[in-house]
Design a binder for this molecule. Structure first.
Ligand code: PLP
Length: 385
């Protein structure tokens, strides 16, 4: 059975070049970058190279890249680190109601610590309103955290406009962007967009799990949340995961190498797939179309069939998709994002996410549509009997 992997928002397969480089580092160039001998210098070189590669994609300085263990850790440093460093200036933070749990759970923790969080609502397409953001910013607002691309429906937030607005209304407010789903799928330039911190995760861009980075604008006030041996200037101590860092640097370079072409192809695939999904009876595609959505995420609500049942029926045909928000948790919960965009109650549990990568082909999507054409009437007969 051929495998068709349409769950790239959950994780991606590593580029072979990334695996090759990492393997070389693990077995040959395995030094500790803090060591003073040549093995250490060699390891340090890989870190510097990775920083340079990443910094180039964002048009930022190398010293502004902090390596972390994942997107979740980057988000935690951004939020908790900002809160700890700036509590005298204020204890108010703004975010949106459709963030990933890495943000929402961190906000819940900060609320317990006495911080006040404003959760901006979103419209039916999953976008936060700029006027609501403007109204929410106060003199004591220390941070706005807004996701670039939503992981469940692919909604894009107006990041550049939000950045300009935040700095106009309160220049002391820091702006953090969770770009775990957006980096590699959109051009993101923190300096131009007034972004002070940006979270990225390796395993969403064909590097490996257990590695990520946080772009941190030079000289912003953020405290570390880990303490130890002083690596990465004490901002995130712990011996660096050299192989994974090097892999992340290479993957970052690779996802932006043929960017325009890759993204154009992904949008064309998405447009065609969405059009074919809409031809299926009682199927609704959530969020916006074309360039107003991310190129790699399609969320579809399929009336009369539980997502889990369809997921396993597709799995039997070798097709991997996810139910509404599988990457957020493995305990079934109704998705906050789908509720926030007004998906009808009876469809909340009937929503499937298809997510693509640069490896996704038209043939794979055609086979998926054929599978749906075959399965939907069968499963509906079964569930509606
Ligand atoms: N933020 C968003 C938007 C995500 O989609 C995810 C993971 O799916 C994360 C954060 C967490 O990233 P990681 O899995 O690297 O911890």
């Amino acid at each position: 059975m051929n495998e068709i992997y349409l769950d790239n928002s959950a994780t991606t397969r590593a580029f072979p070049e990334v695996a090759e480089l990492m393997s070389k580092i693990l077995v040959s160039d395995y030094g500790n970058p803090s060591s003073m001998h040549f093995k250490g210098v060699e390891a340090e070189h890989y870190i510097k190279e990775a920083k340079a590669r990443i910094a180039k994609t964002l048009k930022v300085e190398e010293k502004e890249i902090l390596f972390t263990s994942c997107g979740t850790e980057s988000d935690n440093i951004a939020l908790i680190g900002t809160a700890l460093a700036n509590h005298r200036a204020g204890k108010h933070i703004i975010t949106t109601c459709i963030e990933h749990p890495a943000i929402l759970e961190t906000c819940a923790f900060l609320e317990e610590q006495g911080y006040e969080i404003t959760y901006l609502p979103v419209d039916a397409a999953g976008q936060a309103s700029l006027s609501a953001l403007e109204d929410a910013i106060r003199p004591d607002t220390i941070l706005v955290s807004m996701m670039h691309t939503n992981n469940e429906i692919g909604a894009l937030q107006p990041i550049e406009e939000a950045g300009a607005l935040i700095k106009r209304k309160n220049p002391n407010t820091l702006f953090h962007v969770d770009a775990v789903q957006g980096y590699g799928k959109a051009r993101i330039y923190p300096k131009k967009m007034n972004i002070d911190m940006l979270s990225v995760s390796g395993h969403k861009i064909h590097a490996t799990k257990g590695i990520g980075f946080l772009y941190m604008k030079d000289k912003i006030k953020v405290r570390p949340i880990l303490f130890g041996g002083g690596q990465q200037k004490g901002m995130r101590p712990g011996t660096e995961n050299v192989a994974a860092i090097a892999g992340l640097g290479l993957a970052a370079q690779m996802v932006y190498a043929n960017f325009d072409e890759d993204i154009e192809r992904m949008y064309a695939l998405r447009d065609e797939f969405v059009a074919k999904l809409r031809e299926l009876p009682e199927v609704t595609v959530n969020g916006k179309d074309g360039r107003e959505s991310a190129p790699h995420v399609v969320s579809a609500s399929i009336a009369g069939i539980r997502a889990e049942v369809l997921l396993h029926a597709l799995e039997d045909k070798g097709i991997c998709v996810s139910s509404g928000s599988a990457c957020a948790s493995n305990h079934p919960q109704l998705s906050g994002t789908l509720q926030a965009i007004g998906v009808k109650r009876e469809l909340l549990d009937s929503t499937i996410r298809f997510s693509f990568s640069v490896f996704t082909t038209k043939e794979e999507l055609d086979v998926t549509i054929q599978a749906l054409e075959e399965l939907l009437p069968q499963l509906r007969r079964f569930t509606r009997r």
